[in-house]
Ligand binder design. Structure first.
Ligand code: NAI
Length: 260
């Protein structure tokens, strides 16, 4: 048996990490936390102002974070982002596909083509663009770990958010299939599936709800509160460490017990 008392503590020091959607919410918290623990981080996001500001916050704290603008719906821009990250970091150990959008809550038959297409383009095809680029970078260099930020809406129904839910179920399909396909080149794929987390995305959605719906959203978890970004980013930081090394193809739920 391995000498269990001498295993190194979970850490991400020196890990080379690329995170999309790192300008806000879960992505920003994860980028700052990973960098504060010694990872070298590149943020890709379409929001240039916020992305540059998060990178500056990390650098001001003495950590390594760089920002590059990307729209994950554009395959060429995603390739350029990965090229940039490979040059900047000298390789990639962990890729966190977190960029995503929600849509206005509506019954499924009232969704417009645009609502549906946009959810799929950002949340599903955007993740696929990044998974494809990650494999190209990692396959020839010993492997790595791809962490997709899906949602509990990728595991169960999400009434009035059907296009969002469909996109996140798609991310689960990509995650599980890729976990089988690329284990032979030592690339692992896992998904994080949060319930409602207190971020600008959720605040924006809740602002469109009446008081009853807002309360129902908060009370959907047995813990009767929204999750905090730091509760998701610390789970992501553990996943990014070598302690998660036998986890592959898994949906890691962070939902305060909602699915229990
Ligand atoms: P957020 O709105 O705070 O952050 C999302 C980030 O993604 C923003 O910085 C935005 O500029 C970026 N982004 C959006 N479209 C993009 C594109 N086409 N290209 C590049 N960047 C783009 O949202 P939050 O809540 O932090 O969400 C992060 C991820 O977590 C999303 O994938 C979301 O679906 C997922 N999630 C969030 C939950 C929540 O309750 N907040 C629950 C479950 C999943």
């Amino acid at each position: 048996m391995t000498d269990i008392l001498n295993l190194p503590a979970s850490n991400v020091t020196g890990k080379r990490v690329l995170i999309t959607g790192g300008a806000s919410g879960i992505g920003a918290a994860s980028a700052l936390l990973l960098a504060s623990r010694g990872a070298k981080v590149v943020i890709g996001d379409m929001n240039e102002e916020l992305g540059a500001s998060i990178a500056r916050q990390g650098v001001d704290a003495g950590n390594s974070i760089t920002f590059k603008k990307v729209d994950v719906t554009n395959g060429d821009e995603v390739r350029a982002l990965f090229h940039f990250a490979m040059k900047e970091l000298g390789g990639l150990d962990v890729v966190i596909n977190n960029a995503g959008i929600d849509h206005n809550p509506k019954p499924m038959h009232e969704l417009s083509d645009d609502d549906f297409d946009r959810s799929i383009a950002v949340n599903l095809k955007g993740v696929w663009h990044c998974m494809r680029a990650a494999v190209a970078c990692m396959a020839g260099s010993g492997g790595g770990h791809v962490i997709n930020v899906a949602s509990i809406a990728g595991l169960r129904s999400a009434p009035l958010l059907s296009a969002y839910s469909a996109s996140k179920h798609g991310v689960m399909g990509l995650t599980k299939s890729a976990a089988h396909e690329y284990a032979r080149v030592n690339i692992r794929f896992n998904a994080v599936c949060p319930s409602f987390i207190d971020t600008p995305m959720v605040q924006n959605t809740m602002a469109k709800m009446d008081e009853r719906a807002q309360k129902a959203t908060i009370n959907a978890s047995p813990l009767r509160r929204l999750g905090k970004v730091e509760e998701v980013s610390s789970a992501i930081a553990w996943l990014a460490s070598d302690e998660s090394s036998f986890m592959n193809g898994h949906a890691f739920t962070l939902d305060g017990g909602m699915l229990a």
